[in-house]
Write a protein that binds this ligand. Sequence first.
Ligand code: ARG
Length: 440
Amino acid sequence: MTRSAVIMLVALIMVASHALADDPRSNRESAAVIVIHAGALLDVENGEVLEQQVLVIEGDRIVAAGDAGSIDVPADAQEIDLRHATVLPGLLDGHVHLTSRHDVHGYRRLAISTPRAAISGAANARITLDTGFTTVRNVGAPGFADVALRDAIEAGEIPGPRMLVSGPSIGITGGHCDNNLLPAEYAAVADGVADGPWAVRQRVRENAKYGANVIKFCGTGGVLSKGTTIGARQFTFEEMQAIVDEAHTLGMRVAVHAHGTEGIKTAIRAGADSIEHASLIDDEGIRLALEHGTFLSMDIYVSDFILGSGEEMGILPESLEKEREVGTLQRENFRRALEAGVRMSFGSDAGVYPHGDNARQFAHMLEWGMTPMQAIQAATVHAAELFGLDADVGALTPGRFADLIAVADDPLENVDALTRVDFVMKGGKVYRDELTGDRD
Ligand code: ARG
């Protein structure tokens, strides 16, 4: 194809996708007015339960909210009766891998192409949305499959949560974010590998160029990678600082994979926005997180799956061994960080375990010290703040997207109610409704 033919083709695709987005039949949003009657509504900003509330939705946003009786219900509005349910904001998960499968670990990963991963992503996006997670951060995906997935969801082609995506995770040669499975003659190197301050800056710029809207790097070894030590720092302070500086300059937040004590502290000092896993954080790390306002995103459910089913799913024996070392310590440190008052955002590492099981983590957050409201705040208003999306998602207030879920049981009484989400709306469109009984 000639250059001008390529330009024509791209222009045509852009016009066509624009037309699709504007087509009233596309499932992007509905312009009609919808009124939701909520028996109970969680005000996650104030940590309160409000009874008998009304939400008015126009198009994809909430335009009014308040006590039933105090809100004018437009005569032609479509009314949704959730008077026997608890309504809360759609949930946020800050650490997922939609393009990964829980039954493809270790050497099985080598057989998965990027297009194949993208197709898994489409299926997993639907499951994630259906189970109540309306916004996720996808932190690490090969070949920008995550960008494609986000864009297909935004264009209304497939259902899925709103997505912030990182593209390939940035990491050192031989580190947690590299591919260390094969000997040298195969020359297998993961997309995001870079060493040195300028090389990592280039990776950040490249990820931005191809559509990432958050940056993820690996600051220590990990559980599921071959040949890495969980506690060992990866990248120097200078490299971490370069990544953070470049990302922040380009308007992106930085999520850092870090289990090890020193890597956690180095990343916080370098200006990371969130520490993912944070398993071996010590008192000084906690103090630094408080000082810098760094969020911790601690995946304290996934250990159950790794130790329970990991071997069957292809997880390497050395990884199982590392998980046995770190799993319980991470939970104990979750409690310590919580008691110290560190900011906590919900992150679960879905994709390591089955997508759709994200909400199982809530019970663990309670077991290790949170109140039900704190756990829900971590997955709503606090995650929204970490994502930089607090004007749009995370609470049910006028101006934000109409992203909400409803559950039949009271989640403050029994947080496991969140594993049985019966109603899901995203951007004013109902994706799941087992509650009102008047839909097909
Ligand atoms: N992706 C993470 C890693 O490989 C999973 C860690 C899971 N274990 C845990 N206790 N959170 O390091």
